[in-house]
Design a protein around this ligand. Structure first.
Ligand SMILES: Nc1nc2c(ncn2[C@@H]2O[C@H](COP(=O)(O)OP(=O)(O)O)[C@@H](O)[C@H]2O)c(=O)[nH]1
Ligand SMILES: [Mg+2]
Length: 225
């Protein structure tokens, strides 16, 4: 039997990938606009466009990555003030709108009251389960720490909701290349244990622009599925 490539990326023609990246960067250099914050499900915008969510522990580099992908200096941070961390923030891309980015509330913050954690879990789980327009989630993992038990909990929520997700290592500039290779291998090994996880893990640095173009192309591709 012919051996199957185990990664979707290997099946993509490099020329197509380059074209996709160019299209993505053109799209992101146009209209990107904050739409609204939803502190509870009843405040969600109508699910009229495809959505790509960004999730991860607080401080993992979520806002920085959204800013890097959209080529804005502070679009994600502008709407997320410290007291409003338990909200889903929606951004629109394209004119007319092509898709939305969703900045999900961070998790794993130290010493959070139980009630806050429970609210987070309910909001996130209900959103993942019920959001028909949600095409993909980018789950950010700090390259310095690798996948932690709280991240595995999040991965299980995504598996159970059958929401496909890509693992994205952040802050790769902060560690040596050999350590990046090691955390990439262990993260890929973890991804293989999860039904809804992509086998290919992205390596990024918002600070240095590493992996941003590829991620942009992936976001666009996922939004168009
Ligand atoms: N060196 C480096 N620092 C980063 C990178 N991404 C984020 N940071 C820093 O990590 C901290 C948390 O980033 P932020 O985007 O606010 O994380 P969030 O809480 O997940 O939204 C900030 O001090 C950022 O400047 C990166 O790629 N490289
Ligand atoms: Mg943030």
């Amino acid at each position: 039997m012919k051996e199957q490539p185990d990664t979707p990326v290997e099946m993509v023609d490099p020329a197509d990938l380059a074209q996709q990246a160019e299209r993505a960067s053109r799209l992101f250099s146009g209209r990107v606009e904050f739409l609204k914050s939803a502190p509870a499900l009843q405040y969600l915008p109508e699910p009229e466009f495809p959505e790509i969510a960004f999730a991860g522990r607080s401080n993992v580099g979520k806002s920085s990555l959204i800013n890097a992908v959209t080529g804005r200096r502070a679009i994600a941070r502008a709407s997320v003030t410290p007291g409003r961390t338990q909200e889903l923030n929606f951004f629109e891309v394209g004119d007319p709108t092509q898709f939305r980015l969703v900045d999900m509330p961070g998790y794993g913050f130290a010493k959070a009251p139980l009630k806050v954690v429970e609210n987070w879990r309910r909001l996130v789980r209900d959103f993942l389960r019920g959001r028909v327009s949600l095409k993909r989630t980018m789950l950010l993992i700090d390259a310095r720490h690798g996948v932690k038990p709280v991240d595995i909990e999040m991965m299980k929520m995504l598996d159970e909701a059958a929401v496909g997700y890509r693992l994205v290592l952040t802050k790769a500039d902060k560690i040596k290349a050999s350590d990046v290779a090691e955390v990439l291998a262990s993260t890929q090994a973890e991804a293989r244990k999860h039904s809804a996880a992509f086998p290919v893990v992205h390596v990024t640095s918002s600070e240095k622009g590493m992996g941003i173009e590829e991620l942009r192309a992936a976001v666009l591709g996922d939004a168009e599925i």
